[in-house]
Design a protein around this ligand. Structure first.
Ligand SMILES: [Zn+2]
Length: 487
């Protein structure tokens, strides 16, 4: 689950403040291009981590530096330094202070960016801790954080300068006390996607279980394309953080705990949205190994998790659908994929026309139906939009959502919920198999929490249902991100 798309609705409704943001000058800064500077001339083989507080409300946002520290060896590519994927609600860019040459850039999303679209942000201020990580510059740099404006183009929001030789920059690596273990090692970090797996709510006695859960869920993910074919492009390492108690906070169930990573269900008051806001602690723990991507296993059976592009994917390790959860949430986190579903509790009826194309690669507002972003995958003669039996699907899916809500309200056992999801999955697969355009690429209405006006590329996908297969568009989007780290 992710709420990225909701930010788009916010942009439609609250363009005024974004208009102000767009007026922030960024003169003197060379625009983004696809060039990449020689790594060794500008950077040390080390990771700089800028920790900052991101605060605001529904109308405004502010940044304040917390600290600048070392996160150990640089795990990313040393040749592809400028991110040309154009993903994420935000983007940061690092420029050489002496001549404004673009040295590094990366798209990302954040918990603040999602929180800003909630009702709570209309009533009060919030502050979230965030980090951006980039190769350690040899000379002073300018850091610019950008956000998409009402046209979905990046505009500068905040900037700061960092002199790596100054007293405010701490170059010492953190001395790590936690045990680490390797799940999969396929080559040098700079040529591989490096994933770190953390666990929360695992007691000291459950470290064996954490190792078993990690192996089982990583195996499940690499059993699905495109990860299956590209397994050799990944390294996976895990860090143990034994907790004093077993399990994590589940506020909707009246359960509260204090655990090392502070993962909790009920994020944004959604009972299944399980995140940690303790970014500082999580980043310090993750820095025990080189990484670009992060998975947090939650030692719980209660269905839930979350995935934020560039931050982490989290999931309940003991749920009967944990295989689905890791693949789906990692899809959000790693490739910026949107949810393709639209009948769940976070959905709402679209009451205005979608004015901009979403940045997520797997959904479209179909503003230009002759130029689909996955046009090359559509067979000639496929009607756009592509017809499917939406009415029958909606009626069934909404009935399941109602039953799901009833089960949660009556605190039904998790196995009852899991049985409902299993029944739903089997019925959906049966319904889809009889549809004319099953398996074909097209533009199928209903996606990203919008029942109307938003389209997905295929009838079925793991970003839509719990069937363990990515649609061709999602597969290609994931492959492109793998390329970014391995080229
Ligand atoms: Zn998909």
């Amino acid at each position: 689950m992710t709420l990225n798309i909701l930010t788009m609705k916010k942009r439609i409704l609250y363009t005024l403040c974004l208009g102000v943001m767009m007026m922030i000058p960024c003169t003197g800064i060379r625009g983004s291009d696809n060039s990449n500077v020689p790594f060794a001339i500008y950077f040390e083989d080390k990771t700089m981590r800028l920790d900052y507080f991101h605060s605001g409300n529904s109308d405004q946002e502010h940044f304040a530096v917390d600290r600048i520290v070392s996160d150990g060896k640089w795990a990313g590519s040393k040749t592809l330094l400028n991110d040309d994927l154009n993903l994420g609600l935000y983007r940061f860019e690092i420029f050489a202070k002496e001549n404004d040459v673009l040295l590094f850039s990366e798209g990302f999303a954040s918990i603040f960016g999602e929180w800003q679209t909630t009702g709570e942000a209309k009533k009060e201020w919030g502050a979230f801790h965030e980090s951006i990580r980039f190769p350690w510059p040899k000379k002073p740099v300018k850091v610019v954080i950008k956000k998409r404006n009402n046209l979905n183009r990046f505009a500068a929001l905040w900037n700061t300068e960092i002199d790596p030789g100054s007293r405010r920059v701490n170059p010492e690596d953190l001395i790590q006390a936690n045990n680490i273990f390797t799940v999969m090692e396929n080559g040098p970090t700079e040529k591989k996607v490096d994933i770190v797996v953390l666990g929360d709510g695992y007691s000291k006695e459950e470290m064996g279980k954490f190792r078993g859960d990690t192996q089982r869920l990583i195996d499940a993910m690499f059993n699905v394309e495109p990860y299956k074919s590209r397994k050799a492009d990944f390294n996976v390492r895990a860090v143990e953080t034994p907790a004093p108690v077993s399990g994590v906070s589940r506020p909707h169930f009246g359960v509260f705990k204090r655990t090392p990573l502070s993962v909790h269900y009920s994020s944004f008051d959604s009972e299944r949205y399980a995140l940690t806001y303790d970014n500082r602690t999580v980043r310090d723990i993750a820095a025990a190994v080189p990484y670009e991507s992060m998975i947090i296993l939650i030692n719980e059976r209660t269905y839930g998790g979350g995935g934020i592009y560039g931050l982490y994917a989290s999931l309940a390790a003991d749920n009967a659908f944990s295989d689905y959860l890791i693949i789906h949430e990692f899809g959000h986190h790693f490739a910026g994929l949107a949810d393709e579903y639209y009948t769940s509790q976070v959905s709402y009826e679209l009451d205005e026309k979608i004015a901009v194309e979403p940045w997520e690669p797997n959904v479209t507002a179909l503003l230009d139906k002759d130029n689909l972003k996955w046009q090359d995958l559509v067979k000639p003669g496929t009607p756009i939009p592509t017809p499917w039996e939406k009415g029958a699907f909606d009626a069934y899916s909404i009935s399941i959502q109602k039953e799901r809500q009833r089960l949660r309200e009556t605190r039904a056992k998790e196995e009852v919920m899991e049985a409902l999801f299993q029944k739903e999955k089997e019925k959906e697969i049966e319904m889809f198999s009889k549809m004319k355009y099953a398996g074909a690429a097209g533009a199928f209405e209903g996606a990203a929490y919008f029942s109307k006006g938003m389209y997905r590329s295929a009838i079925n996908c793991i970003m839509f249902t719990r069937d363990l297969t990515f649609c061709p568009v999602c597969q290609r989007s994931i492959s492109r991100v793998i390329d970014r780290y391995t080229r």
